[in-house]
Design a protein. Structure first.
Length: 195
């Protein structure tokens, strides 16, 4: 599995030990969820287990966004199998970190993983039609909207970004490294080694 960091953020595998942190920014805030519903601890726990299962099945997934300086988890960003085929960029940023560039930076890091680390040809974005901020962010990265669909029980725009159109970071702003999700769900540690 490939993880990455910038000077400010680290994207690493989620762990069961992250449940409290994820509950803190996802729970009881409908703006933080795809379907605008509140999430209780049980639902967030089930979602976290699905993320861990995705790691095991596919070797990549949505990662914890950790602020390096504070060690605080401030979001989830990464890649997942898309319901329309291919690999989808996914991002959730804690409301307390909105308008601080966290979503932009974490998405940039995730796209570095996709294109420089995994050598994917294309990444898709699926964005609710009412989420103008997410649409603008995807467009800044070069995503082109191709169609409207009804996915995840929502009306969405579907777009894609090809590797050939991606503008990677320069000057070592993003470092990629190999990492492993926790192999034993009762263990809160993961093994990390450099590429």
């Amino acid at each position: 599995m490939i993880c990455a960091n910038s000077l400010r953020l680290k994207l690493r595998p989620l762990r069961l030990a992250d449940l409290d942190a994820v509950c803190h920014f996802m729970g009881n805030d409908p703006a933080m969820t795809w379907d605008h519903s509140s999430r209780d601890r049980e639902r967030i726990s089930k979602d976290l287990l699905k993320r861990l299962e995705h790691y095991r099945e596919h070797g990549f997934g949505v990662l914890a966004v950790e602020e390096i300086q504070s060690g605080e988890i401030v979001g989830q960003t990464g890649l997942q199998r898309s319901p329309i085929g291919g690999v989808e960029l996914v991002a959730y940023t804690a409301r307390s970190r909105w308008r601080h560039g966290i979503a932009r930076e974490s998405c940039h890091i995730a796209l570095e993983i996709a294109f420089a680390g995994m050598h994917l040809d294309e990444v898709v974005a699926i964005v609710r039609q009412d989420n103008l901020a997410a649409q603008r962010l995807a467009e800044e990265f070069g995503f082109a909207w191709h169609e409207k669909q009804h996915l995840y029980d929502e009306d969405v725009f579907v777009g894609s970004l090809r590797n050939a159109d991606w503008k990677p970071s320069t000057g070592g702003l993003v470092s990629l490294w190999n990492c492993e999700p926790e192999s034993d769900p009762s263990s809160p540690t993961s093994s990390v080694s450099g590429i």
